[in-house]
Design a protein around this ligand. Structure first.
Ligand code: HEM
Length: 407
């Protein structure tokens, strides 16, 4: 049984379902003053009627479960819905219908979809070893290998012990600087859009904020995790295009009835599987090159010394540098690649989704937006954020955490 965390406004837990949120944001710009309005795309589309495939799928589910799917609400209906639009839309419809915990069963697969923060904490934090990632780990394995998310328990324990010390105080301080530098690129991109729009007489600007935040997160992860600048805020990076290609395939695999991609010749004969393999190659070539480079310039040192490096002066403060330089951590290239890839995939969409929802709710609540803005002005003034000052942004942090649903 696999557990899926559904990203809804009141949920901050991550998702392995690769959802696209349904919100887009509109900026009405006037000179030096921008009114931000958010508008969510309606999900009230007519429901797809069940077709033959849906009925066959439900029959298969019932047969395989011996007619017993437990007492949880079961999301039934047209499973063909899953393939015709982003997964999030169907999951959201079922959330409205069944509540925050329900079972989604189609064909031989069955998932529990959770969108309640307390249940998410119970599963992820308090009882992590009681739940299996099931089919999702299976789907992510070709992409993330033995990275922390799909890893078997032994590998997970071993890699957690090695990776955790890399997130030390000086690294986090350096990362806040990096977040600021990368965010400034996004801010100046938006300012340019406003200016251009202003010089053309103003009007409504439509921006896909989730895509913008994804690009920002990818740039930050690239630099923070392996010291590589994708520059995806300003241009299309072939590696990032390949990352999206693999995620698209992962979404397809998670919602397809039978794992035909495991058949011996599928990777050569099926066009979308050929594309998946070529996307993986683009990403692997990039990561392998970075790992090779880091190993060639290795300076082996004790963990304690690594944690005290003068990070304000080192050229490469990345996680990869730390993992390669750490004394005694002679890990093979494959495992390193899996670790980096997992961070890249796990870190960008989650962050982008949370930021999109936070902005969505702020934009819908002008008084909360003002309060957040006041806090930013009073804590940061004209200065840049630091590791310490970010901790003082209590209202903003709370707003992001709760998605503003309970404020
Ligand atoms: C607001 C943003 C984020 C959210 C909501 C989020 C959410 C989650 C959730 C729910 C899990 C548990 C998944 C599971 O056990 O199957 C997880 C695990 C993980 N996340 Fe995130 N995440 C975020 C940002 C990031 C970032 C920025 C990175 C890395 C750059 C990252 C890397 C990871 C890794 C490596 C794991 C596996 C940890 C382990 O099992 O030891 N996440 N995240």
């Amino acid at each position: 049984m696999a557990v899926v965390m559904l990203q809804l406004p009141q949920v901050i837990s991550g998702s392995l379902t690769l959802p696209r949120t349904s919100s887009s944001t509109y900026f009405s710009s006037r000179k030096n003053c921008s009114l931000i309005k958010c508008q969510s795309t309606s999900t009230e589309e007519p429901k797809t009627k069940r077709n033959l495939v849906d009925n066959a799928s439900n029959l298969l589910t019932n047969l395989l479960s011996g007619g017993n799917l437990g007492s949880m609400p079961i999301a039934e209906g047209a499973v063909s819905d899953l393939f015709s639009k982003p997964l999030f839309f169907s999951l959201y419809d079922w959330f409205i219908e069944h509540g925050s915990v329900y079972k989604l069963a189609f064909g031989p697969k069955s998932f529990v979809v959770v969108s309640d923060p307390i249940v998410a904490r119970h599963i992820l934090r308090e009882n992590a070893f009681s739940y299996d990632k099931g089919v999702l780990a299976d789907i992510l394995e070709p992409i993330m290998g033995k990275g922390l998310i799909p890893a078997d328990l032994d590998t997970w324990r071993q890699r957690r012990r090695v990776i955790a010390p890399a997130f030390h105080a000086l690294f986090l301080e350096t990362m806040v600087k990096l977040f600021t530098e990368c965010s400034e690129r996004t801010v100046s991109k938006f300012e340019n859009i406003f200016e251009t729009n202003g010089s053309l007489g103003g009007g409504t600007i439509e921006l896909d904020l989730e895509a913008e935040f994804s690009s920002l997160a990818l740039d930050i992860i690239g630099l923070g995790v392996f010291n590589y600048d994708f520059g995806s805020v300003t241009k299309e990076s072939p590696v990032i295009k390949a990352v999206y290609g693999t995620l698209f395939e992962a979404e397809h695999r998670s919602t397809f009835y039978v794992p035909y991609w495991k058949l011996p010749l599928a990777r050569w004969l099926v066009p979308r599987q050929r594309k998946f393999q070529s996307d993986l190659k683009v990403i692997n070539d990039c990561l392998d090159g970075l790992i090779r480079n880091a190993k060639e310039t290795r300076q082996e040192t004790d963990v304690e010394k690594l944690q005290q490096r003068d990070y304000s002066n080192v050229k490469d403060a990345s996680l990869l540098r730390f993992l390669v330089d750490m004394r005694g951590a002679d890990v093979d290239d494959r495992q390193l690649r899996d670790d980096l890839m997992t961070m890249l995939i796990a870190g960008h969409e989650t962050t982008a989704a949370v930021l999109t929802w936070a902005v969505f709710f702020l934009a819908q609540n002008p008084s909360k937006m003002r309060k957040a803005q006041e806090e930013v002005n009073s804590v940061l003034g004209q200065g840049r954020p630091t590791f310490e000052s970010v901790k003082e942004l209590v209202y903003v942090t709370g707003a992001i955490m709760s998605g503003f649903s309970s404020n």
